[in-house]
Design a protein around this ligand. Sequence first.
Ligand code: ADP
Length: 170
Amino acid sequence: MVHIETRLGDITTMNVDAIVNAANEELMCGGGVCGAIYRAAGAEKLRKACRAIGHCDTGDAVITDGFDLPADYIIHTVGPVWFGGERDEAKLLASSYRRSLEVAKEKGLKTVAFPSISTGIFGYPTESAAATAVAAVRDFLKDDEEMTVIWVLFDEQTKRIYDAALGEEA
Ligand code: ADP
């Protein structure tokens, strides 16, 4: 069964098959959710795994072990930096979600937790990011019978926006 839900909380505590990291193209440890994931997974081990992969294009996703996390894997996706909407940001954000789920599916993973990709340091307005994210995930899951997607959102305002996007799209 396909299931989508939102939760308020810290994505690093999620006991799921994979959590998704809002990464950068260099796969380097940054601030925000990326910094929290590095700390919780074991920074040295994750840094080594990311260095071995080396690079991820914007809109693409790669996978590493989850190391010390409760989650088995980390899917690293690079969402777009917001430049006002004129640089294919929506297409790239949708691609980040789609590629993350493709990578999960290739590994046979069934439960995937996402943060709000691109809406922190990358500056994407949360309302439009949520609308694009929900549409992209629903589109991917329409042919898949068995996947659970959980948005783990760090503050109530962001959670309200994703809940509204899920309500409107339903
Ligand atoms: P980006 O660079 O893609 O914009 P950020 O990490 O700056 O990514 O922010 C993405 C979202 O993740 C923001 O809404 C931020 O509040 C949230 N966030 C930060 N830490 C965590 C965490 N531990 N768990 C879940 N979400 C988090």
